[in-house]
Design a protein around this ligand. Sequence first.
Ligand SMILES: Cc1cc2nc3c(=O)[nH]c(=O)nc-3n(C[C@H](O)[C@H](O)[C@H](O)COP(=O)(O)OP(=O)(O)OC[C@H]3O[C@@H](n4cnc5c(N)ncnc54)[C@H](O)[C@@H]3O)c2cc1C
Length: 504
Amino acid sequence: MSVLPHVPTDEVAGPLCAEVTRFAARSIDARAIDRAGAIPAGVLGGLAELGLFGLTLPAAHGGAGCGLLTACQVVAELARFDRSVAVTLGLHLGLGTRGLVAFGTSEQHERYLPSLAAGERLAAFATTEPQAGSDLSNLATRALEAADGSLVVNGRKVFVTNGGLAGLYTLAVATPGLGGRERGQSLVLVERGDAGLTVEAEECKLGLKGSSTTGLVLEDVRLPSSRLLGEPGWAAKGLAHILSWGRTLMSAGCVGTARAALDKVHGQVAHRRQFGKPLAALEVVREQVALLEALTFGMAALVDEVARADDEALLGRSLAAKVYSSESAWRVVDGAIQLHGGLGFIEDTGLAVMLRDVRVTRIFEGANDVLLSHLGAGELTRTKERAPLTGAVGLPLAGLATKADALAAQVEARRQELLARYKVGVFRQPRWMHQLGGACCWREAVDAAVRRAAVSARPEDVARASLLTLRASAEVSRLLEEPAPRDLVEVALSDTLPFPEVRP
Ligand SMILES: Cc1cc2nc3c(=O)[nH]c(=O)nc-3n(C[C@H](O)[C@H](O)[C@H](O)COP(=O)(O)OP(=O)(O)OC[C@H]3O[C@@H](n4cnc5c(N)ncnc54)[C@H](O)[C@@H]3O)c2cc1C
């Protein structure tokens, strides 16, 4: 039950991505998917033919045995064409199958992996419940052990991506008493045909309309004990790993979305003429496009590093990648719409669907504000020193490295100050943790961008990393200001949220 190492088959990414691009350009029509609210069967069949549903599944069971990096590159490429398709595949490879691959028994592998790798069976993952969203400590779906050792599951899951398509669901459920833990949670595998499982109707969503999202109702679903995934009572351990894969794949999708929006921007500003010249000749427009490029460069660099990280680093860094990528992709698509003027608001341009699709990335896989607090808390307890960039990158980037180090020093100074001011009570300071988490996101993106620019040494990459560093410095200074005075906040809310019980 050990986490599989990343196998070194990631060199396949280049040729495979080229094939994915050819397939997507030929077969994927984002607006048609948006209008139909479903991905055509032919597209899912095409992904299966390309072997993409088995990309990160072990070769011994029909998969390609690739690691997270290749999966991220493929998902980013698909997201350039349509986000629903990218989410469907990304969810299958990440949240849907990662737990099974990493923690499944050989019997579970034999039973499920071949059909999952072939795309004959899709995977989904369900933790969220009507009353348990950001706070998953309070799951009401329970699996109770029966006298014969089987598990009887009752409860309801909501917002399950791939819910309507999947043949296998990994569920997080409360398992009181199991594994010796009174308040323990476990992961269980539920098959679509299990008696007592009802897949609810598709949700009607703002975006990602082609991606299936349903609830699941479980009424006395009886599972043999062999359906437990990983250690009974210790779901948290497995969840940390599974969620870090899920977040990273989702971040990769944001890279694809941002690139697609930028492609449209390039065409528009080059061809659209106003004031007697192309928009691209206007200084303010050029500055705006350059910023969008810089944000996207940071995203791609960060996701690439995180996808290569070892399991331990992946846990923390995937939080920063998720928040930075989803926030930046939102800004890039919004910026692209602005630069298209009125056309940006018209469906035919293709940006409206991107905006609708990307919006949920700031919410699912953990709402960003919640993740920022986790990130801030992780930073406060961090034991590993950040390696300075000065001296680590070549001379041409020395000035930039100094700036990135100065930004990191600013974050570190605030961390030290908070620890000194609040001591262990710092973890009861959510606003400070949230701010610190925000600053960490920028630091991580800048560090990754500077390292990537140092490797490529292309002047445009160095310029993008420099612009990102400038923007990040301004954002971090703003973020690290004192939070708004609490009494002011309370008075501002006093006639709208006046109830004493909702006060902190
Ligand atoms: C399209 C879609 C697909 C999804 N797919 C899946 C899936 O496949 N599997 C699955 O299990 N779940 C899935 N989800 C659920 C998703 O992960 C949750 O919606 C998300 O974690 C937020 O939980 P919530 O909606 O209950 O929001 P709540 O927990 O009710 O929070 C609402 C808002 O309150 C704020 N907030 C809450 N807590 C804090 C805090 N501590 N600090 C600061 N702000 C806070 C945030 O702004 C947050 O967005 C999906 C959701 C959607 C919309």
